[in-house]
Write a protein that binds this ligand. Sequence first.
Ligand code: ARG
Length: 585
Amino acid sequence: MNFKNELNKIAEEAFQKAGFDPKYGKVTVSNRPDLCEYQCNGALAAAKEYHTAPIKIAEAIAPYFLENGAFSKAEAVAPGFINLDLSTAFLADFAAGMADSPKFGMELPAPRRILLDYGGPNVAKPLHIGHLRTAIIGESVKRILRYTGNEVIGDIHLGDWGLQFGLIIEELRDRRPELPYFNPEFTGEYPKTAPFTLSELEEIYPAASARSKTDEAFMARAHERTFLLQKEDPATVALWKHIMALSIPDEKRLYDYLDVHFELWRGESDAAPAVPEVVSIVKDKGLARVSEGALIVDVMEESDKREVPPCIILKSDGAALYQTTDLGTIILRMREFDPDMMIYVTDKRQELHFTQVFRVARKAGIVRPETELVHIGYGTMNGKDGKPFKTRAGGVMRLESLISEVEEAVREKMRERYDDEELNEDTVRLVALAAIKYGDLSNQAAKDYNFDIDRFASFEGNTGPYILYTIVRIRSILKKAGREEIVPGDLSVLRNAAPGCKELLKVLAGFTDMMDEAAGDLAPHKICSYIYQLSDAFNSFYHETPILREEDDALRNGYLSLLALVKCVLEDCIDMLGFSAPEKM
Ligand code: ARG
């Protein structure tokens, strides 16, 4: 039920019937849409093998393209192209087939178990816009892979073991030396509740971080404290737990708002017990060497065009690094889940880190040879002016503030359309979420993009709200007609429908091909451009076709089934992007 395969099959048959090797039978979307919809260039390639003029071959083959009715036109043109137009009848039948099959006829590959590592916020810092892309892209990749039949386990992999804790705790020590955590004589039980609130914590961290930039002694203490945490010093661990208990619920709340959900809330700290194992594996396999006191593994390969520095496993003071906890995490994930694939979604600036980690994991046999390791590196989200996104005051924008700004922009657009009483806050939320997510996902992940609130929140153009508006519009037409289900048989009537309808059927037929690419390349932006095209095709069809006033009952039912099918495809697509449509807008 893959549209492109179906067309290629017809092309292969045409070559075979005309006495040529079927391998030349391939069709592609026409690069001259003014002349034809599809084209076949096989005759040009076959000419060499058969020592015949390409136009002669094209002329011999063209009639066979018309045999099964898929094409309404097959024209041989110089020097040897075959120009093809699809028949509306074929498209109508194809749509009926889509409507009748699960997932619109997608052929699903063998299911795999996939561990998806995304989100990855560093605990103790409020979520800021730097956390947005991994959450949005990761959630969408998860949903795409699930839609295509895989088992996907999402792990947030919290940054809960790093220097930020050393900084916070040492800053706290200077401010509140009287706390029992800082009294070496203290032997009792540490208090159950934190000695600070979340907002105090949110003030302490940036203060400590700024101080560490100029105060070397303070920075040294912070490192020492981080090391104590890794060594599980009781007072440090007690404070760490307080920080975690305050931060995590707040993060959960924001991820819930974003409709981003993790199966596992593990973190770097969970990998700590596996760190000694990482060390002994690389030592036992003879992969490690000591350089300037640090334990390192060389990972440079002959084919590398650029220098790939060694992966540091332990620093000279014995401290584990980001790479080490990632390797430990892989050991634990293999043991617990034995996934076929692990995917990491982070800023593309972490590419080298993952190259090193993946290479050590392979060399050390921490993963199976067939375990696929993938890093999706995304670009920077810039402001409207193309410069890194900042608050008006020039600081890093909190995710919460960004969301409120987008909501306000959406509210404003909605006020232009509705009375105040009709302004529904649930709708504002859904539209804002679509604006944010679509604005991000419609760009290829690896590219930088400009976050333009006004454009993203617009109800027109290539935006999330436009897609939602299209869905809501279709729903209301169907409701008005009192006929909301898809009747596959009704779609066949559309074989005689008007040209606007053909365009819509054509876009619809491309769903499975598009999904193969989106899932194969882990590329949500392909779904975005598809639904934009589908929405446009629907809107022009709707504009030129009086559906509800159609007097021929059979045709009217055909149109309504077509609309219902378009709606279902759009709904599945936006669900894969991670948002949904409101009832009204
Ligand atoms: N916490 C990291 C950061 O903020 C991202 C974690 C990504 N996942 C991983 N397994 N390294 O950069």
